[in-house]
Structure formats: C-alpha cells, structure tokens
Design a binder for this molecule. Structure first.
Ligand SMILES: C[S@@+](CC[C@H](N)C(=O)[O-])C[C@H]1O[C@@H](n2cnc3c(N)ncnc32)[C@H](O)[C@@H]1O
Length: 227
C-alpha cells in the first residue's frame, strides 16, 4: 500500500451532467440532497440507520424508481443508492421528498461505496441495467469485473443476494460467466422462469421500460453469497 492509501478499485465511467435542471429541481437538490448524502470515510451502518434490520445497496439507480419502491415497501431496511448522473440524483430526491422516505442515503460511485463498507454489511445489492459498454476497448469500463465482484463478495453477508438485470444478451452472458467463475457466488436458478421474467418484488425501471418498448427482452439474474 502506498502512503496515499489503497489504490481505488477503479474509475467510474459515465455521463454526470445532462440538460440543465429546472429551477424546482435545483431547489429540491439544494434543500434535500445534503441530508441524503453519505458522509465521507468508512461507512458505519449502525450509525447511518440505527433502527434498520438490514442494509441494501443499489448501484446505478438511474431515476431512482426501483430504489424508492423498495425503500417504501421496506421501511425496516436502510438503503444506500449510488448514481453518477445529476439528472438521476434529482429524480431520486423528488421521489424521497414526495413519498417522505427516511431510509435512503445517496452516494455517487458504487465502487467507492463497496470499498468503504465494512465486511458482511449488506444483505442485498442491486445492479439493474448497467451500461453495457459494447465496444471491446470499453469492456474494462463494465461494472461487473473480478475486482468489483471481490469487493461485493466482501461487503455482502453469507446468504446475501446480488440482483442483476440487463437487456443486453452479451452483457448478461458476461455477467453470468464472471459470477459462475467467482468462488463466493452461487446461481441458484433451476429453470427458464428463474431468469426470464422479473420477480414480483422487483419493479420495472425506467431503462427497462424503454428496452421492452424497443423490443428487447431483459434477463434477470439472482446470485447468492455463499456461506
Ligand atoms: C443504463 S442506466 C440504468 C439506470 C437504472 N438502473 C434503470 O434501470 O433505469 C445505468 C446507470 O448507472 C450509472 N452508473 C454507471 N457507473 C456507475 C457507478 N460506478 N456508480 C454509480 N452509478 C453508476 C449511470 O450514471 C447510469 O445512470
């Protein structure tokens, strides 16, 4: 380890800024985001959510609809959501404000959060429709890679679940290949129904809706952290 501390897992890739936000969105961001932001440094789940029965993480929450849905249905769980894109963060802030959600914290980079979590802190992690980075020279930008899975395996408790979805068959195959090759994860699927349709407790995301409308068929994968 260098004097500057451990090397970060890897860089986060992706668009951070989009169209200019409306005045109302900017106001909401300024008012609400500061209290949602995860403090810097090591994450202490018990201090973050003193009453929570568990901690769940969503990486790349996009507009936040899945995260807000889960947080509303599971008030006993504390949630950390990660998103780089400012428009997505503004959308999550609106969900939190409109629904009065008290069990969500936001951070930007999912790699960074995985590294800052204590071992076995998470009961569940969601990575839904991550950027596929289809060009070969960009494959190194994909979230699912051995080093990210090592960090996830450390942060998930035995029996914890990793949920992944994609409308990109090549990325789904890549993910399956990486998870099957990783000693810490099991894929308990027994038949087509286990990956071909979205489970009940898993709402549709904005990206997923668009993919289906364009005729693509998503794949849903659930992996368990071995005990
Ligand atoms: C294709 S979008 C899908 C968004 C959402 N999950 C959905 O299904 O609608 C992928 C999202 O992941 C975010 N993202 C990419 N890398 C990330 C990282 N390292 N940490 C957090 N978010 C990330 C991007 O900003 C983008 O919003």
């Amino acid at each position: 380890m260098s004097e500057a501390g451990p090397k970060p897992l890897r860089r986060a890739y992706g668009r951070r800024l989009g169209r200019k936000l409306s005045a109302r969105r900017r106001e909401l961001l300024a008012e609400t985001l500061p209290r949602l932001c995860l403090p810097s440094g090591a994450i202490a789940p018990a201090a973050l959510f003193p009453e929570a029965a568990d901690l769940w993480l969503e990486i790349g929450y996009g507009g936040g609809e899945h995260l807000a849905w889960q947080a509303e249905r599971h008030p006993e769980i504390g949630f950390i959501g990660c998103e780089l894109f400012q428009g997505g963060v503004a959308s999550l802030v609106r969900h939190v404000d409109e629904r009065g959600l008290a069990n969500i914290r936001h951070a930007q980079d999912g790699h960074d959060v995985l590294e800052r979590l204590p071992e076995a802190a998470l009961g569940r992690c969601f990575l839904l429709f991550p950027d596929p980075w289809p060009k070969y020279r960009h494959w190194k930008r994909r979230f699912v890679r051995r080093e990210s899975l090592d960090a996830l395996a450390r942060a998930l408790r035995p029996g914890g679940e990793f949920r992944f979805a994609s409308d990109d068959a090549e990325l789904a195959a890549w993910t399956l290949m990486h998870l099957l090759a990783h000693p810490a994860f099991d894929w308990p699927a027994r038949g087509v129904a286990d990956w071909d349709r979205r489970p009940e407790d898993w709402p549709e995301t904005r990206y997923e809706r668009k993919a289906i409308a364009q005729g693509r068929h998503p794949i849903y994968l659930r992996f368990l952290r071995q005990g």
